[in-house]
Design a protein. Sequence first.
Length: 560
Amino acid sequence: MTREKLGQLIATIQEFGSELPDVDAKAARGGTPKRLYESLSAFSNHLGGGVILLGLDENRRFEVVGVGDPHRIQEDTSSLASAEMEPALRPAFTIEQIAGKTVVAIEVEELSLGKKPCYYKPAGLQGGAYIRVGNTNRRMTSYEIFGYVSSHEQPRFDEGPVLSADLEDLDRPKLERYIRALRVARPGAAYLKESFKDVLLRLRVVCRHDTILKPTLAGLLMFGKRPQEYEPQLVITFLHYYGTTEAEPTPKGERFLDNREFDGTIPEMVESSVNHVLTSMRKSSLVEGLWRRDIPEYPVEALREAVVNAVAHRDYSDYVRGSYIQIRLFADRLEIQSPGGLHGNVTEENLEEEQSTRNRMLMRFMEDSRLVENRGSGIRAMIEATRRANLEPPKFHDKRSSFWVTFHNHTLMGPAEVEWLNQFADRSLTDSQRLALVYLRSNERMTNGDYRRLNHVETVAANRELRRLVQSGLVSQHGTKRGAYYTLSPLIRVMRAVRLTEEEEKIMAFVRENSSIGNVECRNLLGVKLHRAWYLLRKLSNRGLLKKEGDRRTARYVMP
């Protein structure tokens, strides 16, 4: 790490008055912190890794206080990381003098998925594995540990037997239609010409348990007569809320406008839940000649793909088999939540390109039944559907114990958004960057993946354009590497709430172009007298839009 980068990290946490998702700060005045293993574990399991800064006092707004023996700290940490962490870690160290005091930066790289979770060996896997949540370290739950460990190999929970069910619990006509379709699609498959029961075994619709044929979980969910008789929680639920939060009651004081549960086989659940959600959405009308066409609030294709993905990729292990898929409709958004996080090498950032099927037999049945078309296409279909509807792309959030897809119903470029963008008319921005600013106007943060999905660009282009937005002062970057995210700069957040006069707009445009302005330049720019210029500059300074540097005749005003 360069001295400049270290200084930037320190300045950032001092500005925010708190640690960051990928930066942990400790005073370490008494030597190597005793629980340093928590941060080593958490950052090695964290997206993009992280940095531990030693020599900053959290109780004094992260003032640089320095460490006593930096080389002893480096030796202790190296020994801890290599001998007591599993797998062994190789952190990188930077020792610098900052404000006349010694600061130690420890960079911890993210481990590959096949090596996670990293844990502190003396405490064991269950007690020594940590995860970074916000700006704190938290011990992993048993399920979070299981989620990482199960990603090391192909899960087979969908292929396991449902012991309380029998062959008679499968719908034979459905199975016969399915097998006939397979024989047409695969005319050379000799196994499809065997006896009915042997074909079911070959397809893994059933399996042997103590010589008795039992439906597999995938077989029961796709071809069962009443799957929920044996797996009652494997359903889809729908909650329709009145407002934008779960706590906002309806005008009658009720919690929900609608509360439904959908059961049956997977095809039946998908069809009935999607149709019901569509009837609950608001709709606009488009008149085309003699015909009127209703346009739903959210694209049908995007909704259907999200629900299909939820049932196909959810975790069917015993840990969460008692959990159900939830669809929640709010006044401003639609959420689909499925049990279990992303599987294998798939992350929030790469889920459009990478593929890793948790339930491979279930996916095979769904593909053969034309419920899904091609693996890996569902995410791209959702994004394209929202783009065609002029909505922002769906947001994907992996919480490790569950996976969320969220659609927002505001348009990306309506009249209000265009009017808001006009304040940056003097800036040299690409259309993609303007769209990113509009996105950040409605969302707290943006990642590189969000930018790519919004503008349909590659990673390198997204990095380049986001970096230019940061350099322009319109956007602030938080975190580094894969964990980086972006927000509107404090200046823009102030400007969102303040309407500027024509004179004030001219002053702000001058400063953006020339970096600063003085009284004489302000008078010449506006054609006003001395006191009017001082009044306008002082007013913008008091609002926080400009910062005064110098005094009296030498005073100049710059961006804060």
